[in-house]
Design a protein around this ligand. Structure first.
Ligand code: ADP
Ligand code: MG
Length: 366
């Protein structure tokens, strides 16, 4: 079911050098935070593939099984095109060119890259700066983009000089140009690219006459239609402490999306504490204290950007952001024992906890 992989290929979006054979099999077992839940009544046919450095899949209703290959071809074509254009590891890519000319001069950009950057800036505003695609230098500093996280913690004094290069307001857009207005500013789209890509795949499947499908890329998912009459696409949310078990399930209605950010796929352990590959742009330090955040939203790009944002903000501070993002809901799993599943806003009826974990659900008060 997989694609042929070249060893040592660089993963543009996750900013790590990934040995894809290895990744494919371990990711299948460990790293997909959300996954299509198995439905024993009539399982939806599903095909997996590798793209953007992670595992993706397309599921179709059983009656459409013969079209699965065609759907996967459409989706992988969209993903590989995006990867080629916005990979920071391909010096000729549009994004690399933009990064290379930071502090130099505005550069003509495609409407698509302009759109992604405009979205990224909007999430920056919406999150009060917790979401910031200019964290590139900090990802490098902490070693995440070489997949060689630091073993020694840095001090605030060592990190502080890098904070000068961080700030999404350094991305200046005009109608057809983009400009990083300070030398050393580097855009990393890892917190938004997979969601954006899923929305593009969704639109492309619609264009090709598909009306029912579930698209998944590394736990970023969007539902089109339903798998069968009177049923919704059912998603299982992985237990971050026991990745082979689920915390519970949720149903995605037509068009809805879900994404998860977690601390157990890519992380660094410093002084016995686990830090995620998500950076708090306000401090320059990777985030600790959160094991996973799952976000339900109307689009995959919203779900992706918000899952990263809320991971940075933590459950309580996230309430402010959730108030201004109607239709979005979130599930937080703090990195602590005993396990807690914190959900906001009320009601939490979109999530059905596993029976054994029902008493672990806590609705967050405003
Ligand atoms: P994953 O890539 O595992 O699905 P996320 O969607 O949460 O997880 O994205 C994490 C990625 O987002 C990081 O690898 C990095 O590229 C980028 N990133 C890290 N911190 C931030 C931040 N504060 N704002 C925006 N993007 C971030
Ligand atoms: Mg994200």
């Amino acid at each position: 079911m997989g694609m042929p992989f070249r060893k040592g290929m660089q993963s543009p979006y996750m900013n790590v050098v990934i040995y894809r054979n290895f990744l494919f099999y371990t990711a299948l077992i460990l790293s997909l935070f959300c996954f299509p839940a198995c439905d024993t009544r009539r399982p939806a046919p599903k095909q997996s593939f590798m793209a953007m450095g992670t595992v993706g899949s397309v599921s179709l209703p059983a009656r459409d099984a013969v079209r699965l290959g065609a759907a996967v071809a459409i989706v992988t074509n969209v993903l590989r095109n995006l990867e080629a254009r916005y990979s920071v590891y391909r010096p000729e890519s549009e994004l690399s060119q933009l990064n290379a000319r930071a502090g130099n001069a505005p550069q003509p950009v495609s409407p698509e890259l302009r759109e992604i950057l405009a979205l990224a800036k909007a999430y920056g505003d919406l999150s009060g700066g917790a979401f910031d695609v200019t964290i590139g230098p900090l990802m490098k500093l902490w070693g995440f983009n070489q997949n060689r996280p630091r073993v020694n913690p840095l001090t605030p004094d060592q990190v502080r000089p890098f904070l000068d290069k961080i700030g999404y307001r350094h991305i200046v857009l005009s109608n057809d140009t983009a400009f990083l207005d300070q030398a050393g500013v580097q855009v990393d789209l890892g917190g938004i690219a997979k969601g954006y890509a899923i929305d593009r795949c969704y639109a492309e499947l619609l264009n090709h006459g598909f009306s029912n499908a579930l698209i998944n890329l590394g736990g970023n998912m969007r539902a089109l239609g339903t798998p069968a009459k009177d049923r919704a696409w059912k998603i299982a949310v992985r237990n971050p402490f026991q990745p082979d078990k689920s915390l519970g399930t949720l149903d995605l209605s037509n068009g809805q999306a879900v994404a998860t950010s977690g601390h157990y796929e890519r992380f660094v352990t410093l002084n016995g504490r686990r830090y995620a590959h998500i950076i708090d742009p306000r401090t320059g330090f990777p985030v600790s204290g959160m094991a996973g955040v799952t976000v339900l939203a109307h689009t995959a790009v919203d779900a992706d950007a918000l899952s990263t944002t809320l991971f940075v903000l933590g459950a309580q501070e996230s309430l402010t952001t959730l108030k201004i993002t109607p239709g979005c809901a979130a599930l937080f799993v703090p990195d602590q024992q005993p396990l807690e599943i914190r959900i906001a806003p009320r009601p939490a009826d979109w999530f059905s906890p596993a029976p054994s974990l029902a008493d672990r659900v806590i609705l967050i008060n405003e």
